[in-house]
Design a protein around this ligand. Structure first.
Ligand SMILES: [Zn+2]
Length: 497
């Protein structure tokens, strides 16, 4: 029984039965209120940063905590996932981690993640000596440079979690969220899950550097990589390595594009899956002595050391932020990187197509969205959708915008290029644009983007004109309705006693 399995895992140290409402009915204008039992933070409000909502059975929702006054509840993230393997949530509040797992369609359990999983070291890969500078830089937006990742797992890895499939799905989503947070465009790089398969007969030796050699030389792993056209391979393990993960080599290297991630910290505050995937593109630790810009980043903020996904800390229990280093992106008012030194985002962009071409995947039809990721309040932005691949035109374009990423309003535009009015709403931090494209032979694709609404941002070309949103909704903005939902806005509403 799933309940017995879950409560027997040392991954968790306390459990509470909860109710989970529908996502569409729980969120209000892109905000979800969560009250975590046992955490003295009261109501926590998460603001949407990304959402892909198909139905209640298939969605992904990511939100950032609206900071509270208390120091202990000021920073957090929530990742919600619904798939054929059930619903799962990963909740990060400061150093605390919680997960929600589905036991049955009406029974959910909230579990506190045991802090002891952080006793391990994070990543075996120390300083790397290879210098990856010299590859020409180019943008991947002119074609499809999605990278396909095969997730393999050992028997002990499968037994260490509620659903290995949903762990893989969540790990991929968190990685793609970190790419988006780091201003790496959807048309530049996203990781696609090409398969989740058991690697029978692979038994962890307990020595992580030995196991990575066994993986690289595993005939079945190589065959499955080829058969699934996977550019990179991550093996989930669950052994007492003393390390959460490593890669065969800091890439890009076709022959050695393999990594190991312990299920304990694959998702969660350490983001080990996203970390090892970063290594496979040549991203390095913040303290790696190799020259160049491909380093993670850390900095002091108040009493805390902030660190990005490749950030190294001598006190590794401290949480990471879900960002790859990028001097063009601010976090709490501070750059998340340093030009020429700490810029994982640049490295990831640069090698995206190299890694994507490790195994060729022919996609007949691909669309990419071009345009700003930031917008001034009450002004407008230009967006253009590019089509490539083997689908014949003419194409039909349907544009939409949304405050919450779930309820969409048609933009009355029918070309590949649109000018979008930014909703003039007080307190609006961002909104979504989506375009659905259909080719003349009936193939359809959809792409969406979160546009961050700010008055200033790094690399801003033209200053904002200083329009002030009125506190009343501007009905002339004609694109958005912001209160479409019933006001039942607690995702977790009550605790069963
Ligand atoms: Zn590492």
């Amino acid at each position: 029984m799933l309940y017995n399995k879950l409560t027997s895992l040392n991954r968790y140290n306390s459990h509470t039965f909860i109710n989970v409402n529908s996502l569409a009915g729980s969120q209000l204008s892109g905000k979800i209120t969560v009250n975590v039992p046992g955490l003295s933070c009261g109501d926590l409000i998460f603001k949407v940063r990304d959402v892909n909502y198909i139905s209640e059975q298939e969605y992904y929702w990511n939100g950032v905590l609206e900071p509270k006054d208390t120091l202990s509840c000021s920073e957090g993230y929530i990742y919600l996932l619904s798939t054929q393997y059930g619903r799962k949530a990963s909740i990060h509040i400061e150093e605390e981690q919680y997960e929600i797992n589905e036991l049955s369609s009406s029974r959910y359990i909230l579990s506190h993640v045991n802090d002891s999983i952080n006793n391990s070291n994070e990543c075996y890969n120390g300083n790397s000596t290879l210098d990856s500078i010299g590859t020409a830089e180019f943008s991947g937006c002119d074609g499809n440079c999605d990278v396909r990742c095969l997730v393999l797992y050992t028997t002990s890895a499968k037994n260490s979690v509620v659903s290995i499939n949903n762990l893989a799905n969540m790990a991929i989503q968190q990685t793609n969220q970190a790419l988006a947070n780091s201003l790496i465009d959807m048309c530049e790089l996203r990781i696609k899950l090409s398969g989740v398969e058991e690697l029978p007969s692979f038994i962890e030796s307990g020595v992580i550097q030995m196991d990575i050699d066994l993986l690289v030389n595993n005939v079945l792993a190589r065959q499955r990589r080829d058969a699934t056209e996977s550019d990179i391979v991550i093996l989930f393990t669950n052994a007492d390595y003393g390390f959460d993960g490593l890669v065969a080599e800091v890439g890009p290297n076709d022959d050695l594009a393999y990594g190991i991630v312990n299920t304990n910290n694959a998702i969660g505050n350490r983001y080990i899956f996203a970390h090892e995937v970063g290594h496979l593109f040549g991203a390095r630790h913040s303290n790696d002595s190799a020259p160049g810009y491909a380093h993670g980043h850390t900095w002091i903020k108040g009493l805390k050391r902030k660190r990005t996904i490749l950030g190294f800390s001598s006190s590794p229990k401290k949480s990471r932020i879900p960002h790859y280093s990028n001097p063009q992106v601010y976090y709490q008012g501070k750059e998340t990187g340093v030009d020429g030194e700490n810029d994982n985002a640049r490295q990831l962009r640069k090698e995206a197509c190299t890694v994507a071409n490790f195994r060729e995947t022919i996609l007949p039809f691909y669309i990419g969205l071009h345009g700003e990721q930031y917008a001034c309040p009450c002004e407008s932005i230009d967006m253009e959708v590019m089509t490539s691949g083997g689908a014949p035109g003419p194409f039909t374009f349907n544009w939409f915008s949304s405050i919450d990423g779930i309820n969409w309003t048609n933009l009355q535009a029918s070309g590949a290029y649109v000018i979008v009015l930014v909703p003039c709403i007080e307190g609006l931090e961002g909104f979504f644009i989506r375009v659905d494209v259909v080719s003349s032979d009936g193939q359809s694709r959809s792409v969406r983007r979160y546009i961050s609404v700010q008055t200033q941002w790094p690399g801003q070309l033209t200053p904002c004109q200083g329009h002030k949103p009125s506190s009343v909704i501007n009905l002339n903005s004609n694109h958005l309705e912001i209160f479409p939902n019933p006001t039942k806005n607690n995702w977790i509403i009550n605790v069963n006693s």
